[in-house]
Write a new protein. Structure first.
Lengths: 222, 222
DNA sequence: TCAAAAGTGTTTGTGGTACACCCATGG
DNA sequence: CCATGGGTGTACCACAAACACTTTTGA
């Protein structure tokens, strides 16, 4: 294929979510270089010529100190003006990480830290739109698949799980209904261990990796 | 941004679906040039430097003789080996067209015609994977949104609508339940006209453009 | 009057939601 | 013994699924 057309740049960006302090947070890096030097952005970088898109996204995760996490492709943003320098098409992934790991500023980043999704700073490029879209998708998936477990450590109590859902969905849930439904769904199992603390100790559960993690959507039409 | 990295090619490809002869069909074009000359492929082409991705996809549609149709971004495929010549990342859209319009072979195509999704020829590149994924997504969306109407002409009978759903979903549906549910959902309205033919004439309906076209998914957790 | 397709209701089961109290532990 | 969070059941309503016959027209 002769280069009959000039080629745009292609990057991957990753929206990395976690739960910290009963809050849904996203990892942002502070840009070192122009454009938008000093502005916060989601981690990202160029796709190498011999590298699958998903591998590029995992490389970005690792540069931020995050590995072995749930990740899926979100959407591709390609507005011609989204980068002021040249045409950059970005394939965005989103990732869910289970714990408030230490993060580091890799590559082009001067700094990296977690920000509440409900209180974001001004962002570089179209990253505010990207995070809007990512949150919508996260909430949506949470409602009909079991991705929520990827935001929690390996073992957790039912109250912690419920809190996680409440934080992401931005709404309160009924304790008895939550417990009945999640236990009926057979996606978690008891570990036999208890977590002690204030009040009565709570059973620790783990996610069953053999669980059917998706529920059939209620159909609009029969 | 200096070109610190070589840039891949970026294309858009479009999976265009319609209903013909009580069958779900997809528009394929016969490739004129190498690689895969003579093989069938979904329509696609390069993204121009000043062109939004969706505009590029609509341009591909128009080159195939299709316009004013439902379209959404599907997924981005970027395996380094998916094109034997060089790195090509493709952003795939899918489109639903209402009628078996005449189609034409635009651009690099020697020929263009409709093929049954249930009986496809050998395809170029990774287009078989792409269509697999597109069908899964189409079925999924059909179940919880009203995109199905975009496969039908402006007016249609309930039997035609039901048939459309059955063909796409690959399963039979109960007539009374189908009718009750779709009428209760208030997404279609009577036109007052009837379609005559063999047997009793059938009321013609049209899609209500003000309809709420999405239903809340059954949630895995409360 | 027959063939062909359109149209129409009821019953039964399952899942969703709302709601308030007792239990086990640590201090 | 009290404060704290953990854990439990039931009643009502809405929606899903199964199921068979009558109506209207053209030939």
């Amino acid at each position: 294929m002769p280069k009959r057309f000039p080629h745009p740049s292609v990057t991957v960006d990753v929206a990395i979510f976690t739960l910290r302090d009963d809050d849904l947070q996203v990892l942002l890096v502070k840009r070192k270089a122009a454009p938008y030097a000093g502005r916060w952005a989601i981690p990202g970088g160029f796709v190498r010529m011999d590298e699958p898109l998903e591998a590029a996204a995992r490389r970005e995760l690792e540069e931020s100190g995050v590995r072995d996490v749930y990740m899926e492709q979100l959407y591709t943003f390609g507005d011609p003006k989204r980068d002021p320098r040249e045409r950059v098409i970005t394939v965005v992934y989103f990732a869910l990480v289970p714990a408030p790991l230490a993060v580091r500023a890799g590559g082009d980043a001067a700094d990296a830290c977690w920000w509440s999704m409900y209180d974001l700073p001004a962002l570089a490029f179209d990253h505010a739109d990207i995070l809007d879209y990512a949150l919508t998708r996260l909430r949506y998936k949470l409602e009909y698949t079991a991705v929520g477990f990827h935001l929690l450590p390996e073992t957790f109590t039912l109250s912690e799980l419920q809190k996680a859902y409440e934080v992401v969905l931005g709404a309160g849930l009924d304790k008895r209904n939550f417990r009945r439904k999640i236990l009926d769904a057979q996606v978690i199992e008891e570990t036999g261990e208890y977590r002690t603390g204030e009040g009565r100790p709570a059973m620790l559960y783990r996610y069953r990796s053999d669980a059917v993690a998706e529920v059939r959507a209620r159909r609009l039409f029969p």
